[in-house]
Ligand binder design. Structure first.
Ligand SMILES: [Zn+2]
Length: 60
């Protein structure tokens, strides 16, 4: 099941992870992702630490 992280402010896709194993090995946590993106949404510039990141699981 692919997992997508979205900015909780503007809803833009920040990161998607399609090869999730049984135990989510390799999937960055929302806080790790925020660090990776410099703490800001690349689209709306909202601070990801304060605004948060939504973890969306995609069912296909
Ligand atoms: Zn955003």
């Amino acid at each position: 099941m692919p997992v997508m992280y979205k900015c909780s402010v503007c809803g833009s896709e920040l990161y998607s992870f399609e090869k999730v194993g049984q135990d989510f090995y390799g999937l960055p946590t929302p806080s790790e992702l925020a660090i990776k993106l410099g703490g800001k949404c690349p689209k709306c510039r909202s601070g990801l630490k304060s605004a948060g990141v939504e973890n969306i699981k995609l069912f296909k």
